[in-house]
Design a protein around this ligand. Structure first.
Ligand SMILES: Nc1nc2c(c(=O)[nH]1)N[C@H]1C(S)=C(S)[C@@H](COP(=O)(O)O)O[C@H]1N2
Ligand SMILES: [Mo]
Length: 278
């Protein structure tokens, strides 16, 4: 005799899950034509959807307001926000332990390429030149070339890269920026976020984030190929910062400042990336 439970159970067929593919009535296989038109529909459909999304995104960015001109300029505000976020992400993974590749002396170019000379045109009166170091307190140190040459010297042979698309292995010598900081007891200044450098006439200027300035390969250079810098390479003192593109390697340094705000930067004002790291 059947139990009450068994009687209440619906017959087996009725329990089949209609959402299970196996339980569906077999479909007629698609003809080749049907398959083709279905694929056309899918690819054209995705083209329309993705294309509209891309166009919409571009329109949105195009119609967004421009960033307020400060130390950077020339980008739409949302794009600049994205660039700044990317910079922070890159800076979080940047480490002073990552050294730029160096080369043996015989790989260094004998004829070192020469690029633009904004703020470093013509000859400079080296005897009259002094490096001005402006502390945030307002105190100004005036340092001569001989004083810098008396500090430990460091050489570097590396691939110098210009944003305009050329690069060249070249040999530079001078004092490590971090040695210079230690010698002049500027450690408290390195707690600030940026270093600013300008030519004596203030026509060319760069801003450098502190970790890049303090990187062990960053030099205040006074030599190229073991000879005093000629005017065209930034006599008497230039910045050599291998973790950055050429634009940040300011020639003929006149002053150095320290700040928590980004110092003004010649190419960033014209729309180039402020960080310009490699
Ligand atoms: N004062 C000054 N420094 C400058 C520049 C400049 O125009 N003026 N140009 C920069 C750029 S774009 C590059 S690529 C390098 C080139 O240095 P070089 O002429 O020694 O090759 O210097 C950088 N420093
Ligand atoms: Mo450059």
């Amino acid at each position: 005799m059947k139990s009450l439970n068994q009687l209440l159970k619906p017959p087996r067929q009725m329990m089949k899950n209609p959402f299970n593919k196996k339980n569906r009535a077999p479909k007629k296989p698609l003809t080749v034509d049907q398959k083709i038109s279905r694929r056309n529909f899918i690819s054209f459909g995705s083209f329309v959807v993705l294309g509209s999304a891309a166009f919409g995104g571009w329109k949105w960015l195009y119609n967004s307001p421009e960033e307020a001109k400060t130390v950077t300029a020339g980008a739409r505000a949302p794009l600049r926000r994205a660039l700044n976020q990317t910079e922070l992400a890159v800076r979080r993974i940047f480490s002073n332990n990552n050294l730029v590749k160096t080369y043996p002396k015989d790989r260094a170019a004998k004829n070192v390429r020469h690029n633009s000379d904004i703020g470093s045109e013509g000859k400079v009166d080296i005897a009259a030149w002094v490096l001005q170091v402006k502390k945030q307190s307002g105190e100004v140190l005036k340092i001569s070339l001989d004083e810098l040459k008396a500090l430990p010297k460091t050489d570097i042979i590396y691939d110098f890269k210009c944003v305009e698309g050329w690069d060249q292995i070249s040999h530079w010598g001078g004092v490590k920026f971090s040695d210079f900081i230690n010698h002049y007891k500027l450690d408290d200044q390195t707690r600030l976020q940026y270093v600013g450098m300008e030519t004596p006439d203030q026509k060319y200027y760069v801003g450098i984030d502190m970790p890049s300035a303090m990187h062990p390969q960053t030099l205040l250079a006074y030599e190229v190929n073991e000879k005093p810098l000629p005017a065209k390479h930034g006599a008497p003192l230039r910045l050599i910062i291998p973790v950055k593109y050429g634009i940040k390697n300011l020639k003929r340094i006149g002053s150095i400042t320290f700040s928590d705000n980004r110092p003004r930067d010649y190419w960033a004002e014209l729309g180039y990336d402020y960080y310009s790291g490699l």
